[in-house]
Ligand binder design. Structure first.
Ligand SMILES: [Zn+2]
Length: 286
């Protein structure tokens, strides 16, 4: 991102509290914790206009990097497909932040009517021209989908990039059919940051300024319930396979370890610091 990027001061995106406790600084960026709801978010953060420009160059350019991106997400996608198909064999799916459209393409092959939303023109073109899947220009709120329209909405590594996560969740709720599923995949970085800081190890794990927040299972659950979602199920949901050998080894090790802890604890213990998946349902009409 360019150095002359526009920044703005914001209140807590979840509860609008203006007080904040500094947590971590990287150049002009600072992660803070809301003293009222404990949400961890970036403040100051890039303005909406700078974010839109940033995402035009966020996805990789070369064919080989696009292939690595697909391989990296494959285990997470496979697990998500299993989770969604456990409830509905087929249906209508929306993937928000669809990237190149790989998840949509896999769901289409499984018989789902699949469409996406994406703000990167490059991602949209690839999804349409190479994979033949339908992707609308984002953000989600501007796509104006009908109410009660989708059987499932997914967002892989999306919610931490959004300036207004509550508006996003409300829109997901509106466009889902009653009983429809929302599946979100998100990083959970703060515990690992704290651990590394304890050992004096510098790192850029927050991925600033791309990530505007760091969710925990607790904050995700509160946000989902505030909007009306129910039956929240938290899980590890597999792990990514980055191209870089060291990162891949770490992701496999901690991903597998966290899955072992999760199942040994009868699906209660979620290892802090690793990415997580949450599945929630829109309330059925009673
Ligand atoms: Zn707050």
């Amino acid at each position: 991102m360019k150095k002359d990027i526009g920044l703005e001061e914001v209140n807590c995106p979840i509860c609008e509290e203006s007080a904040k406790h500094p947590l971590h600084r990287e150049g002009s960026y600072q992660m803070v914790r809301c003293p009222s709801c404990q949400f961890i978010y970036l403040n100051p953060r890039p303005t909406q206009e700078s974010l839109f420009q940033f995402y035009q160059h966020y996805l990789p350019e070369e064919e080989s990097s696009i292939g690595s991106w697909q391989k990296m997400m494959e285990p997470v996608f496979r697990r998500a497909i299993r989770l969604l198909q456990r409830c509905n064999e087929t249906g209508r799916l929306l993937d928000v932040g669809a990237g190149f459209g790989f998840f949509l393409s896999e769901m289409k092959a499984k018989g789902w009517e699949s469409m996406g939303v994406e703000i990167s023109q490059k991602g949209m073109d690839y999804a349409k021209d190479v994979l033949g899947v339908k992707v609308y220009p984002g953000p989600l709120e501007k796509a104006h989908f009908p109410e009660n329209h989708f059987d499932a909405v997914t967002g892989f590594y999306v919610i931490e990039h959004l300036p207004n996560p509550m508006a996003f969740l409300k829109e997901c709720y509106r466009i889902l059919k009653p009983g429809g599923l929302l599946l979100l995949r998100y990083p959970h970085t703060t515990p690992i940051k704290n651990l590394l800081r304890f050992f004096g190890i510098e790192n850029r794990l927050y991925d600033l300024p791309a990530h505007l927040a760091d969710f925990s299972p607790g904050t995700i659950q509160r946000c989902l319930e505030n909007v009306g979602f129910e039956r929240c199920q938290h899980m590890i949901g597999s792990h990514t396979l980055p191209h870089h050998l060291g990162k891949r080894a770490a992701s496999s090790l901690f991903g597998n370890l966290s899955e072992v802890f999760y199942y040994l604890s009868f699906k209660r213990f979620l290892l802090p610091g690793v990415s997580k998946t949450v599945l929630a349902s829109k309330r059925e009409e009673r």
